[in-house]
Design a binder for this molecule. Structure first.
Ligand code: VG1
Ligand code: CO
Length: 543
């Protein structure tokens, strides 16, 4: 081995966001940009409980190159074992599983998740700790501090690894092991779910369309749905990962998975539709003639988890991110379970899962997961839906309508205003924050403010406090609006406005979502003037 120490200068923009460091590919291609960040990870992360690193990515453009560089740097940074997915591929939940299974000190996951890929599109690097989850704020903060002070990085320039051939290569001080990215993950899913029952469902003629969006879940979905669960070939669409995701955004929402949505609205379409994102941690669920909002999906999965093998004995508790609708709260209340409300981002669920406070977690952005790994898990959510459908023998619509009858319905939408000029968005958020004390008690368009707060979270396990996690305006009738800036975008700022209105039932459960939310939007705008402040009347994406 030849270890070289190379001089470098710090960059001032390597602060990890909601989910790691995300920038455009050309930005990452600047000399030493990748090396500085990776060296900062190695400098900060304790090599405990072992010197094993898990490595993989979602296969987007630049993935392979960075995989090679990370291995060469791992060799020079006291790692003894790198476990890398074949071809440099690992879905985010599969990487989380491997970290836990192999007792690794952590994992480096290369992904910009739902953001587009290609030479001029997005790339990302994320570090997960030994519990398998995204590094908590204390670690990402330390990594950021390190990036600001770095002066050299270490690399073994002679190392090159064939990523296609499965098995171990002994490089002296470092063993590189190329593994099948799907095998361990598929085995975990077979532990959690009764595959025989789901196979019977498909054998009974039940049909499904799964859109892998040319992203990382393709190989996983082919293996699990078509091979192991015997769904007909063709069930998985766009199942071959591409470096540019076929030119689309691998974002499973009604805009980017429109074809799937249209098919699901046809009478002769499949019974069940699902999609996943770039790195396989998100899920979109659509029934025949009905879209399931991620917030409702979390609530339905929690209420029905007992239909799956792994959760037959019930749940310990439920957690949701703050902007996620309160549908899950109603389930928790009815089932006598604790419910936790965390800031956006999966890292905040880690402690709750580690301590056994909760079993299932979810975010409004199409992320659902449980205590089997420490990431959200797209295919897991699809399998849990299938297990419920197999057991209840009802349609998605039937299940959802019964759910609303029992718990009431939280009408919900997220409006994204993209590529707003950063100073404009930041000024608006600052003005809104300053306005909060005056908002209490105010009324507009028939909605009266009950409270208006800047959300801060105190972790019940380690006591750490995270502030400024979104502005939350609650109304007397239970409605709510939340404002926050995205932490994953790479161009300008994205303002997210989350809107929610509750109908307790039994009437008013079949209203149009837009009709329900429009008056709330007008009221919120009358109170805080957000459309004028950012100079936009209509959102770019509604989910
Ligand atoms: C978005 C979502 C958030 C999610 C994050 C990472 O963050 O809103 O719920 O955890 O993406 O998901 P933001 O800061 O842009 O709102 V993924 O699938 O990129 O790992
Ligand atoms: Co993702």
């Amino acid at each position: 081995m030849t270890i070289e120490t190379r001089q470098t200068k710090p960059f001032d923009d390597q602060k990890p966001g909601t989910s790691g460091l995300r920038k455009k590919v050309p930005h990452f291609q600047q000399e030493n940009y990748v090396e500085n960040f990776v060296q900062s990870i190695f400098d900060v992360a304790p090599k405990e409980p072992s010197k094993t690193l898990i490595l993989g990515g979602d296969g987007r453009f630049f993935n392979r190159e960075v995989i090679g560089r990370v291995i060469a740097m791992a060799a020079a940074n006291d790692c003894e074992h790198v476990v890398v997915g074949q071809g440099g591929i690992l879905s985010t939940p599969a990487a989380s599983n491997l970290i836990r299974k192999r007792g690794a000190f952590g994992g480096i996951i290369l992904s910009a998740s739902h953001n587009p890929g290609g030479p001029n599109e997005d790339f990302g690097i994320k570090f997960n700790t030994a519990n398998g989850g995204p590094a908590p704020e204390s670690v990402t903060g330390a990594i950021f501090e390190r990036t600001k002070a770095i002066s050299a990085y270490r690399i073994d320039p002679d190392i090159s690894v064939d990523l296609e051939t499965l098995g171990e290569t002994d490089l002296g001080d470092l063993i590189v092991e190329v593994v099948d990215p799907v095998a361990d993950y598929a085995a975990l899913m077979e532990e959690l779910f009764d595959f025989g029952k789901i196979r019977d469902l498909f054998e009974s003629g039940f049909t499904m369309a799964f859109d892998a969006m040319h992203a990382v879940t393709g190989p996983y979905a082919h293996e699990i749905f078509e091979k192991r669960l015997c769904a007909p070939e063709g069930t998985v669409r766009n199942g071959t990962p591409k470096e540019d995701f076929g030119g689309h955004h691998p974002d499973p929402n009604l805009v980017h998975a429109k074809t799937l949505y249209n098919d699901m609205m046809r009478s002769d379409g499949p019974d069940f539709g699902a999609a996943s994102d770039g790195d396989g941690d998100r899920n979109l669920i659509i029934g025949k003639h009905i879209y399931v909002t991620p917030s409702d999906s979390l609530a339905v999965l929690a209420a029905n988890a007992k239909h799956a093998k792994a959760y037959a004995d019930g749940l310990k508790g439920i957690a949701r991110s703050m902007p996620t609708s309160a549908a899950a709260d109603r389930v928790a209340e009815a089932m006598g379970l604790p419910i936790y409300e965390t800031p956006t981002g999966w890292k905040f669920f880690g402690n709750l899962l580690d301590e056994g406070y909760v079993t299932i977690c979810g975010e409004e952005s199409a992320g659902t997961g449980a205590d089997h790994v420490r990431e959200k898990d797209g295919l897991w959510a699809v399998l849990l839906w299938l297990a419920i459908l197999a057991s209840r023998k009802q349609s998605v619509r039937g299940i959802l309508e019964e759910h609303w009858q029992q718990f009431g319905r939280n009408y919900y939408a997220r409006h994204d205003f993209e590529e707003v000029e950063k100073p404009v968005a930041e000024r608006f958020m600052a003005e809104l924050t300053a306005m909060l004390p005056q908002l209490g008690g105010k009324a507009a368009e028939g909605f009266q403010v009950r409270s208006a707060t800047d959300f801060a979270y105190k972790d019940p396990v380690d006591g750490s406090v995270t502030e400024h996690q979104g502005i939350r305006i609650r109304f007397e009738d239970g409605s709510r609006a939340v404002f926050r800036l995205s932490g994953t975008g790479t161009v300008g700022a994205t303002l997210r406005v989350y809107l929610e209105r509750f109908a307790p039932g039994p009437d008013g459960l079949d209203r149009d979502v837009g009709e329900m939310l429009d008056p709330l939007i007008e009221a919120v705008d009358a109170l805080v003037g957000y459309r004028r402040a950012i100079g936009r009347m209509e959102p770019d994406v509604v989910t």
